[in-house]
Design a protein around this ligand. Structure first.
Ligand code: AMP
Length: 303
C-alpha cells in the first residue's frame, strides 16, 4: 500500500491506471475508520482493479461551533486497517494542498442541500460538495463509494456528478450497524456509557416506524408523531433536529405515503449528533425495474 500526500502525484498515478485500462475505485473518508468504512473498501476491491481511500477531515464542512478540532483522528490505526484490506493507495492530503491560499470556489447543489441536515448545518453540504468535487477531480475514479448512512450526502453527490457531467459512477452502500442496531459512526466514540446504551433508540424508532408503514399505515402525521414520541421517551435524547417521512429523491417531507419512502432521524444525545435512516419499499411498487431511487441503490450501478 502506498501513501500519497500530493494531489498532483495522486492524479498522475490514477491517470496512468486509467490509460492502462484499469478501473479505479475510490472511497472518500474522514478517517477514524470502522466497519462501515471498511464495507465500502471491500465493495470497491470487489468491483475494481485498484482501490484508493482518502482520509481528509474537511474543515469547510464543519460549522464554527462544530467538532472539527476534536473530530477523532487515528492515522496509524487507519493505515493498519487499510493495509489489512490490501488497499492500493491511501491519499492523505494536507489542508493547504486542498485549500491553498487564494482558494475561492464553492460548489453548491441547491434545494436538496437545504433540506434535512442542511437546515441545521448551514454550509455543511456545500463544504461536502466542494471537497468531493475536488477529490473526484484529483483521483479520477471509475467508481466512487458512499454510505447510505449519509443518505442526503449520497443524493447530493449523485446530483452534482450528473449536473457537472462528471464521468464517475456513484455507488451507494448499505448502512453497517452495531449488534444493537446503532449505525456505525466515527462520532459514536463521543458517547459515554449511558449515552451509548440509549443510542439504539434511533434505530428502534426507524424500525418500528418502517413496520407501521409496511403494515399499511399511510398517514404521515401519525408516523411522525409516533417517531417523535418514541425518541422523546428516551431521556438521553436532548434534541430532535428532525424525525419524519421524506421523498427519497427530492428529500421533501411527504404529506402522504405513496411510493418508496425515506424515514430519517437526526437527534442529539448529549452534545453528540446522531443521524440514521431507512428506505421503506412501497407495497404497491415491488417491480425491481420501476426506476425509483430505492431500486437503483439496490441494483448497485448508478446513473
Ligand atoms: P465519513 O468518514 O464519516 O465521512 O464517512 C465516509 C464514508 O463512509 C461516507 O460515504 C459514509 O456515508 C460512509 N459510512 C460512514 N458510516 C457508515 C456506516 N455505518 N455504514 C455504511 N457507510 C458508512
Amino acid at each position: 500500500m502506498e501513501m500519497m500526500r500530493v494531489p498532483r502525484i495522486m492524479h498522475n498515478t490514477s491517470v496512468k491506471f486509467c490509460m492502462t485500462g484499469q478501473t479505479v475505485g475510490f472511497v472518500p473518508t474522514m478517517g477514524a475508520l470502522h466497519e462501515g468504512h471498511i464495507s465500502l473498501v471491500r465493495r470497491s476491491k470487489q468491483e475494481n482493479d485498484v482501490t484508493v481511500v482518502s482520509i481528509f477531515v474537511n474543515p469547510t464542512q464543519f460549522g464554527p461551533s462544530e467538532d472539527f478540532e476534536r473530530y477523532p483522528r487515528d492515522i496509524e490505526g487507519d493505515t493498519e486497517k487499510l493495509k489489512k484490506e490490501e488497499v492500493d493507495i491511501i491519499f492523505v492530503p494536507e489542508i493547504s494542498s486542498i485549500y491553498p491560499e487564494g482558494f475561492l470556489t464553492n460548489v453548491k447543489v441547491k434545494k436538496i442541500s437545504e433540506k434535512l441536515c442542511g437546515a441545521f448545518r448551514p454550509g455543511h453540504f456545500s463544504g461536502v460538495a466542494t471537497v468531493v468535487t475536488k477529490l473526484l477531480n484529483i483521483v479520477k475514479p471509475t467508481r466512487a463509494y458512499f454510505g447510505l448512512k449519509d443518505f442526503q450526502q449520497y443524493v447530493i453527490i449523485r446530483k452534482l456528478v450528473k449536473d457537472l457531467n462528471m464521468e464517475v459512477e456513484i455507488v451507494g452502500c448499505p448502512i453497517v450497524r452495531e449488534q444493537d442496531g446503532l449505525a456505525m459512526s466515527s462520532r459514536n466514540a463521543y458517547l459515554d456509557k449511558s449515552q451509548r446504551e440509549a443510542a439504539p433508540v434511533v434505530n428502534r424508532c426507524l424500525t418500528e416506524a418502517s413496520e407501521l408503514i409496511k403494515s399499511g399505515i399511510i398517514n404521515v402525521y401519525y408516523i411522525k408523531e409516533f417517531m417523535h414520541e418514541k425518541l422523546l421517551k428516551e431521556p438521553a435524547v436532548s434534541v430532535i433536529d428532525y424525525a419524519g417521512v421524506y421523498d427519497p429523491d427530492t428529500l421533501d417531507e411527504l404529506s402522504e405515503i405513496k411510493g418508496d419512502t425515506l424515514i430519517a432521524v437526526a437527534v442529539r444525545i448529549g452534545e453528540t449528533r446522531l443521524i440514521d435512516n431507512m428506505l421503506v419499499e412501497s407495497r404497491e411498487n415491488p417491480d425491481p425495474d420501476s426506476g425509483n431511487l430505492k431500486n437503483k441503490v439496490s441494483k448497485k450501478k448508478e446513473i
